[in-house]
Design a protein around this ligand. Structure first.
Ligand code: SF4
Ligand code: SF4
Length: 274
């Protein structure tokens, strides 16, 4: 079973839920696909066994063969190529590596070369298998790296995927093919607004989902009322507690600092399975 843990916005406690859920149930693999800012490893502290660079193919133009016809510029949906009178400029940071320009160049003047966008690391902590990706600083192409992390998915385990925050392309790439999505939110007007956007995306992807309300005793009741009205299961409510905040700020795991929460995360898992 593949369980995504997502949130419409950052800072809701998504990684906290993913990590504590992963450590509360047996036979789990945790994939941190929040590749722009992976931080599950700070809590898990896995021993890393392997680190693999990840590349995409970007065009390189042979100007001695180019006739400056502009076809590559026309076909590029991402404005990654500019054709001038006697020059072709490739903006590699905008290139999505789709290969269309090389395929359609009538002069065969474009070859594709590797560009490193980041790396994947795999490791383990006790019986937990772990993998994450880290995008290079200044790099914008996170979907290929997310795909690379997901290639290490172990189908014999319950896979928990930490999804990037928001509702854009990287979220879709990370969340697709999940069997269930846990949406983590907080009971504030901003939290509810972003939760509704995230729900729109998950509904389009036709993935079953439920909500975890973090810091549930702060803010207002509007998030709960919304979930009841929309018939969305509230899987768990995590109260605002000084001990939880302190554990988080020290990079500690809730269920280790407050072991009574292990049962709550196990109950969360059984609600997903039923
Ligand atoms: S399509 Fe090929 S020949 Fe035409 S401008 Fe681009 S690189 Fe040059
Ligand atoms: S590979 Fe695709 S995205 Fe990159 S420059 Fe060529 S057409 Fe544009």
């Amino acid at each position: 079973m593949i369980i995504s843990v997502a949130s419409g916005k950052g800072g809701t406690g998504k990684t906290t839920v993913a990590v504590n859920l992963a450590l509360s149930i047996p036979n789990v693999q945790l994939l941190d696909c929040d590749v722009e800012e992976p931080n599950a490893h700070i809590f898990i502290k896995p021993s890393i066994k392997n680190r693999m660079p990840v590349f995409i193919l970007v065009p390189e133009v042979d100007k001695t063969r180019c006739n400056f016809c502009g076809k590559c510029k026309e076909v590029c949906a991402y404005n990654a190529i500019a054709v001038l009178k006697k020059d072709v400029l490739v903006f590699k940071e905008l290139c999505h590596g789709c290969g269309a320009c090389a395929y359609l160049c009538p002069e065969g003047a474009i070859k594709e070369v590797n560009k490193e966008i980041g790396f994947v690391e795999i490791g383990e902590k006790d019986n937990l298998q772990f993998a994450h990706g880290k995008l290079k600083i200044g790099e914008a192409m996170s979907p290929p790296l997310i795909k690379a992390v997901k290639q290490y998915m172990n189908p014999t385990r319950t896979v928990i995927v930490d999804i990037p925050p928001g509702t854009s392309c990287p979220v879709i790439e990370a969340i697709k093919r999940s069997d269930y999505c846990v949406l983590v939110t907080e009971p504030t007007p901003f939290g509810l607004y972003d939760l509704i956007l995230a729900i729109e995306v998950i509904r389009k992807l036709k993935i079953p989902f439920g909500v975890v309300i973090n810091r549930a005793d702060l803010g207002n009741r509007k998030t709960e009322d919304y979930c009841h009205k929309e018939n969305i299961p509230i899987l768990m409510k995590i109260p605002f507690k000084k001990e939880i905040a302190k554990a988080y700020s020290r990079g500690e795991i809730i269920i280790e600092t407050l072991p009574e929460y292990k049962k709550s995360f196990q109950q969360l898992f059984s609600k997903i399975g039923t």
